[in-house]
Design a protein around this ligand. Structure first.
Ligand code: NAD
Length: 258
């Protein structure tokens, strides 16, 4: 890295950990941006994303979905790589991310922990092996009470992996927020249940329920630092990388092309 790594959302829970992990990795922290009312300490505060992008080789972005489209434009214009961890993106936001990835390397992952990404890889393989007519896929997640989006980005990522393994369109089989007289379960549906409470960092269970057996894989994150170390690893990996939309599995050498 010639210039260094910048952070969008640097005053946040993830932003502060990311700043520590950039330094711990021996890389240069260029500084960060946050909302005007937030306090940024111990590093350079840039006025906006364009200034941060101009000063950085790569920006770690764990801010808010409302900022994603503007960040996509500014980073692509500056030729700055982007490690995007923000969740709750709309379809339009995701289109802006894909557009930026035509000009710069973008690593976009709903969860940067190594363990969750291994579970994602397994989810796709299990779904391919377990027929949807017999094995009902359900995804149960729990997070701290401050979380604003549901189901979590990781839960949706798991659902997409199951849909991919089954060769179906995720949006057509997603079933979340069941309430009231919902009728019997649709064969092939991928169900979601979101629990919120306390200070749970992140728990995800993928369950395949058949008449004769249940198979469940659970991942529990105890410390947000699991995401921060993975995201910094992704940031260092972008160096010299061609423009494109990459996942954490690509960073771990387990992507589709590996
Ligand atoms: P947080 O609320 O503690 O931090 C977000 C920070 O972004 C705040 O300091 C806020 O002021 C700032 N911010 C909001 N809008 C901004 C804008 N327009 N420009 C610049 N800064 C802005 O939240 P958090 O727990 O740190 O999580 C941040 C995001 O990262 C959320 O979307 C969360 O779901 C996601 N997240 C992703 C992963 C992952 O591995 N991908 C892990 C944890 C959290």
């Amino acid at each position: 890295m010639d210039k260094g790594i910048g952070i969008a959302g640097i005053a946040g829970r993830m932003g502060r950990l990311l700043a520590e992990e950039v330094t711990a990795a021996g890389a240069t922290l260029t500084g960060g941006i946050d909302r005007p009312e937030a306090t940024v300490e111990g590093t350079t505060r840039f006025p906006d994303i364009a200034a941060l992008a101009a000063a950085s080789d790569v920006v770690l972005d764990f801010s808010h979905a409302s900022a994603t489209a503007a960040h996509a434009q500014a980073l692509a214009a500056a030729g700055c790589a982007w490690v995007l961890g923000t969740t709750g993106l709309s379809a339009a936001d995701e289109a802006a991310v894909a557009e930026a990835a035509r000009r710069v390397p973008v690593v976009y992952a709903p969860n940067f922990s190594t363990g969750v990404n291994l579970v994602l890889a397994l989810a796709e393989r299990m779904a391919a092996a377990l027929p949807a007519e017999h094995y009902d896929a359900e995804i149960i997640e729990m997070h701290h009470r401050q979380k604003v989006d549901a189901p979590s980005g990781t839960a949706i990522g798991l659902g997409r992996a199951v849909a991919k393994g089954r060769g179906v369109v995720f949006e057509e089989v997603k079933e979340s927020g069941r309430d009231g007289h919902t009728g019997a379960r649709r064969t092939g549906a991928i169900g979601f249940a979101a629990l919120r409470g306390g200070q749970v960092v992140g728990e995800h269970t993928l369950l395949f329920a058949a008449g004769t057996e249940h198979i469940a894989i659970t991942h529990r994150a105890f410390d947000r630092r699991a995401f921060a170390t993975g995201a910094v690893r992704a940031a260092l990996w972008t160096r010299g990388r061609a423009p494109g939309l990459y996942s954490m599995l690509d960073v771990l050498g387990m992507g589709a092309g590996d």
